[in-house]
Design a protein around this ligand. Structure first.
Ligand SMILES: [Mn+2]
Length: 291
């Protein structure tokens, strides 16, 4: 068409995208402003003007094309052209299929970027449709799939967090409530991360306490299914009353909650267990220790 195209990222690259671009050696050159003589904007993966930041003002001045997959899109209506497929799991698959329908071949780095976009937005094909697989099979031919997967690996927890998780696992006490497993342990930091890791290990509910110079913190996490079958809310039934017994504050959601207080760690854990036992007892469920 003889025009010049520039890329603009109104909010910049996210940290995850920066890491990905670096690992895949993608050059991301973007303008930090919209050029005054811009006559066409192509809005990709954008559902509303609020996502456009400083570029939103140009919607009045310039024509625009929308390429998007969000369930709702308030920009498509006034677009010059809307390539809008809410059934697509990613904008990347729409772009990949556009290349195909225009008989154009994306460069290898574009293929890598589009494959990464599809993998990310579809949550590795967890939410995928026919367009996703069609685009992915096409991109597979031109991308370096191994490198894309390698570049997308997320950084695990750091050294001290892993130490906390493993120590917590080594000193945990296991209880059984009906067919559910309740893990109780203590650490000196990373309570929430430890609680999550215990659910990953197989606990239905994890309670992690810490004590620092008499300051107590107790964190609870549970699987939704477990709470449903116990008809229990960690925030309301456990952490709120626990906090008032420990002289602190507490509460939270059904599946993720915490309490603070003052006192001794062992005493706090025994108060907690008594509370859990009584709460379950009222529902006709016995809490038994597993050896
Ligand atoms: Mn998207």
């Amino acid at each position: 068409m003889g025009g010049k195209a520039y890329c603009i990222l109104p909010e910049g690259l996210s940290q995850a995208s920066k890491t990905l671009a670096k690992r895949l050696e993608l050059r991301v050159e973007c303008l930090s402003e919209v050029l005054e003589d811009t006559d066409l904007l192509v809005l990709v993966d954008t559902a509303s003007p609020s996502q456009l930041g400083f570029t939103a003002g140009f919607l009045e001045k310039a024509k625009y094309i929308v390429i998007d997959h969000h369930a709702q899109n308030s920009l498509a209506e006034n677009a010059l052209l809307a390539i809008y497929y809410p059934q697509a799991s990613s904008a990347s698959e729409i772009v990949a299929l556009l290349y195909a329908s225009l008989n154009m071949k994306p460069s290898s780095s574009t293929c890598n970027a589009l494959m990464a976009g599809i993998l990310h937005d579809s949550r590795r094909f967890l939410i995928a449709g026919p367009m996703t697989f069609k685009a992915a099979s096409m991109l597979y031919e031109c991308c370096d799939y191994r490198s894309v997967i390698e570049a997308m690996r997320t950084q695990g927890p750091d050294y001290s967090e892993r130490v906390a998780r493993l120590k917590a696992a080594s000193r945990l006490q296991l209880y059984r409530a009906d067919s559910l497993l309740v893990a109780v342990t203590h650490v000196s930091a990373y309570e929430s991360s430890v609680a999550r890791s215990l659910l990953e290990l197989g606990a239905d509910m994890a309670i992690v306490a810490s004590e620092n110079k008499g300051e107590l913190r107790v964190v609870g996490r549970a699987r939704d299914e477990a709470l449903r079958s116990l008809k229990l809310s960690l925030g309301r039934d456990i952490m709120a009353p626990l906090a008032s017994m420990l002289g602190g504050t507490g509460g939270g959601h059904d599946a993720a909650a915490a309490a603070t207080g003052r006192g001794d760690l062992d005493k706090a854990l025994s108060i907690l267990l008594k509370l859990l036992e009584n709460t379950l007892h009222k529902k006709g469920i016995k809490l038994r220790k597993l050896d």
